[in-house]
Design a protein around this ligand. Structure first.
Ligand SMILES: Cc1cc2nc3c(=O)[nH]c(=O)nc-3n(C[C@H](O)[C@H](O)[C@H](O)COP(=O)(O)OP(=O)(O)OC[C@H]3O[C@@H](n4cnc5c(N)ncnc54)[C@H](O)[C@@H]3O)c2cc1C
Ligand code: FES
Length: 277
């Protein structure tokens, strides 16, 4: 629950780098103008604003273990995100937050992790992936499973290469389809085709899922077949948000507020909540 006026007042931030990820997505790195750290946790989101344009929730895409900066992967879709895509290094914008629940690092410690992202869902999950990459001894094992529509839509290509060929992760990547006349030497098929290939001890494993709404039902079916239960599955949900702090009611999922009770939930918390998944 927002307790302080400070939750409603954007603080100014400066863009310190911009990287093209795909034709529609850019990665932004920000620092606070006052030099303070963002104090974000993996899985949380910020309310990003540009004066005269508007405000929107955007996930934290980097881990605090990397330093005091904050990164966001942003898809150009509407007013605010289009204005963000027109920013240059050195430009300023406002942020509130960090808001919402985060990936339950305490409960994940010592577990095998299956980190599953579809499309833009890799943006929030990357904050947890970086945390695991920086503190690998805290976890028994970590596998990344990522699916994109086509090879042109694959985010963080260089990082995926490092996750695939480094020692911290097993990393499986697939595209739904290969465009005619283009090359892709990886797996082709929906993300659900990768899950039967995984081998893990279901008693000591937690799966974390971030992706488009359509993905959850089918991914969950495959995970249940492998012996996982709602008690060892974590999901990150997206809802239309305005205030980000439990006041406006735009983000409700039955009796829950996605902005405050979520966006990160244990599946056991929401499995019986109407329209949650
Ligand atoms: C917790 C959370 C985390 C998120 N993380 C990210 C992230 O990491 N990266 C990212 O890129 N996005 C993220 N999003 C999504 C992002 O907040 C939305 O895409 C947001 O709407 C973008 O704001 P905008 O002003 O650019 O788009 P808007 O102008 O709000 O438009 C967004 C889309 O909605 C449509 N739309 C707008 N108004 C209406 C209306 N009245 N009726 C019907 N359709 C309408 C537009 O046509 C467009 O397709 C996140 C959302 C949540 C809730
Ligand atoms: S966004 Fe306003 S209550 Fe959640």
């Amino acid at each position: 629950m927002a307790q302080n006026l400070v939750d409603y007042l954007p603080f100014p931030c400066k863009v310190t780098s911009i990287t093209d990820l795909t034709a529609q997505e850019k990665l932004f790195r920000f620092e606070r103008i006052d030099g303070k750290p963002f104090n974000h946790r993996p899985g949380q989101f910020m309310q990003v604003s540009i004066v005269g344009i508007g405000e929107a929730p955007i996930s934290v895409s980097s881990s605090l273990t990397r330093g005091s900066y904050l990164e966001m992967g942003v898809r150009k879709i509407g007013a605010l995100t289009t204005a963000m895509h027109e920013l240059n290094v050195g430009d300023k914008l406002g942020m509130r937050g960090a808001f919402g629940t985060w990936f339950p690092l305490e409960e994940l410690r010592g577990k095998e992790l299956i980190l599953i992202a579809g499309g833009c869902g890799l943006a929030p999950l990357r904050s947890l992936i970086q945390y695991v990459e920086d503190r690998p001894k805290e976890f028994a094992k970590a596998t990344i499973v990522y699916g994109a529509k086509s090879q042109d839509d694959v985010l963080y290509k260089n990082e995926i290469y490092n996750w695939q060929y480094g020692t911290t992760f097993d990393c499986l990547c697939t595209v739904d389809a290969v465009k005619t006349g283009t090359c892709w030497d990886g797996n082709v098929g929906l993300i659900t085709t990768l899950i039967p290939k995984l081998s893990f001890d279901s008693k000591n494993t937690v799966a974390v899922i971030c992706g488009p709404p359509i993905m959850y039902k089918f991914v969950l079916q495959e995970l249940f077949k492998k012996g996982l239960t709602p008690e060892n599955i974590v999901v990150s949900l997206e809802r239309h948000m305005k205030c980000g702090v439990g006041k406006c009611g735009h983000c409700t999922i039955d009796h829950l507020y996605c902005c405050m009770d979520g966006p990160v939930f244990w599946l056991s918390q929401i499995k019986d909540v109407a329209n949650a998944l």
